[in-house]
Design a protein around this ligand. Structure first.
Ligand code: GDP
Ligand code: MG
Length: 162
């Protein structure tokens, strides 16, 4: 059985983009509308020869739940199904209440969490991610799912936990 890595985070932070980037295939549908998901949610991936399963929990939609409840449910699914959870946040927006709500759920899990500050597309944005330490989940790793920068450091940190 392969280690399982789950991407969690509020809509539109770039989970599907990172999922595709890590899978290195265009297999997940990226939508501009927050909360609109028709994504493929499981893929097989590898980094430095270490194989793992990747889950995009943003693609798991639960109807009849408020957006906030849906994000929390996705975090709980990630905790239950994954060995390592990657919390994705938006470096351009900064810390939001929803990020804090997900972080609180993740504290309760006895699972390693890696914090990915996505949309850090340029040097200034990569240097401006320190507010995310306030989430209490350790070092934020700046990445750009669109440009592919920072992915190596993020993946190194993920596979360290295998
Ligand atoms: P999800 O809802 O968390 O799955 O987010 P998506 O992957 O669907 O991305 C939401 C929007 O953010 C899309 O318009 C993406 O193109 C955009 N996006 C994703 N990653 C980045 C990034 O690294 N930089 C920028 N500038 N935009 C991004
Ligand atoms: Mg998505």
């Amino acid at each position: 059985v392969l280690p399982t890595v789950a991407l969690v985070g509020r809509p539109n932070v770039g989970k599907s983009t990172l999922f595709n980037r890590i899978a290195e295939e265009r297999i997940s549908i990226v939508e501009d509308t927050p909360g609109v998901t028709r994504d493929r949610i499981y893929t097989h991936a590898q980094w430095l020869g270490k194989e793992f399963s990747l889950i995009d929990t943003g693609g798991i939609t639960v109807s009849d739940l408020s957006l906030n409840q849906e994000i929390k449910t996705q975090a709980e699914i990630a905790i239950n199904e994954a060995d390592i959870v990657v919390l994705v946040v938006d470096a351009r927006v900064g810390v939001t209440n929803e990020d804090e709500a997900v972080a609180r759920i993740l504290y309760q899990a006895q699972k390693p969490v890696v914090l990915a500050a996505n949309k850090a597309d340029n040097l200034a944005q990569r240097q401006d991610i320190y507010d995310f330490y306030a989430l209490g989940l350790g070092e934020p790793y700046p990445v750009s799912g669109v440009h592919g920068t920072g992915m190596g450091d993020l993946l190194d940190q993920i596979i360290k936990n295998f």
